[in-house]
Design a binder for this molecule. Structure first.
Ligand code: C2E
Ligand code: MG
Ligand code: MG
Ligand code: MG
Length: 285
């Protein structure tokens, strides 16, 4: 049966595949020029302390506005950038821009906002990374203690030794470290144990199931207990409903972020005190 329909399906797939491939090739090519053409920007998503309901920090998220294709999501262009040294250029841009913008906000309103910046696996191989973070902090005047670098579990798969050295060097600057999307990757607890971590971010898939799955609640309970037992601050990602927020608060989770608390928005909106009102911040996803 597969054989008889195989031919038609093959044609169908080849058209779709070709379009996908063409888009990928175009994005790959255009992404090279994007930083210089000013097409990149940084969006900021609030991170809320659950005990006080206060915005204590923001996560910097890269944005690319393509002149023809419009907004290209990070899940599409970050992997492309990771195939080459381009990720270092983009990473450096986000680090400089975010420390500058958030430092500026802190000076204006006196709030001691924390800043989280994502780092790709490939960036931890870059010998210039630590240097650049140090420079960005010096130029912006942003305090190292208020900066947190987020890495995913896949980062650890690369070259654990080299990654460990880079992370140690970042930590010596005073920067804090977060493990992003915890529980969704392939790293072992043994690998994680060796990292100088400060923050654990519970992956969105677990948070999404809160309120509808008792297993999810049990898993999140365990993650929070493990995090606290090892001295980590625990942050929940992807909170979309008041029910999820209630469960997380009840379970003693320290901080949370998600569309329900605030969408990623422009730097100008950083002064807006974000309350649990899903339509507040400008959506620049
Ligand atoms: P991430 O670091 O885990 O960031 C959180 C992602 O979840 C963001 O997606 C954010 O917009 C989205 N999000 C926040 N709240 C919710 C929610 O309530 N529901 C849902 N469904 N999603 C929510 P975004 O901005 O599209 O970024 C996707 C990923 O791309 C990031 O995941 C991060 O891994 C990567 N990325 C983004 N910016 C950078 C960057 O500057 N450098 C590197 N290396 N990676 C980046
Ligand atoms: Mg992150
Ligand atoms: Mg995450
Ligand atoms: Mg991630």
């Amino acid at each position: 049966q597969a054989k008889t329909s195989g031919r038609a399906r093959c044609v169908f797939f080849s058209v779709e595949l070709r379009e996908k491939l063409q888009r990928k090739l175009q994005l790959e090519q255009d992404l090279r020029a994007a930083p210089d053409l000013g097409q990149l920007s940084v969006a900021y998503q609030p991170i809320v302390e659950l005990r006080t309901n206060e915005t204590v920090g923001v996560e910097a998220l890269a944005r690319w506005l393509h002149p023809v294709l419009g907004t290209v999501p990070p899940v599409e262009f970050i992997p492309l950038a990771e195939q080459s040294d381009l990720i270092n250029t983009i990473g450096a841009y986000v680090m400089s821009e975010a420390t500058r913008e958030v430092a500026g906000r802190r000076r204006v309103d006196g709030r001691q906002l924390q800043l989280a910046v994502n780092i790709s696996a490939r960036q931890t191989d870059d010998p210039g990374l630590v240097e650049h973070v140090r420079d960005a902090l010096a130029v912006s005047g942003f305090p190292a203690q208020s900066l947190c670098v987020e890495i995913t579990e896949s980062t650890l798969m690369n070259d654990p030794e080299a990654t460990g050295r880079t992370l140690d060097a970042l930590r010596r600057l005073g920067v804090r470290l977060a493990i992003d999307d915890f529980g969704t990757g392939y790293s072992s607890l043994a690998q994680l144990q060796r990292l100088p971590l400060d923050i654990l971010k519970i992956g969105q898939p677990f948070v999404a199931e809160l309120g509808s799955s008792t297993d999810a609640e049990a898993i999140v309970t365990s993650i929070i207990a493990m995090g606290h037992a090892t001295g980590l601050t625990v942050v929940a990602e992807g909170v979309e409903t008041p029910e999820q927020l209630d469960v997380l608060a009840r379970l003693g989770c320290d901080q949370a972020q998600g569309y329900f608390l605030g969408r990623p928005g422009h730097a100008d909106d950083l002064t807006v005190e974000v309350s649990p009102d899903p339509v507040r911040a400008v959506d620049v996803r």
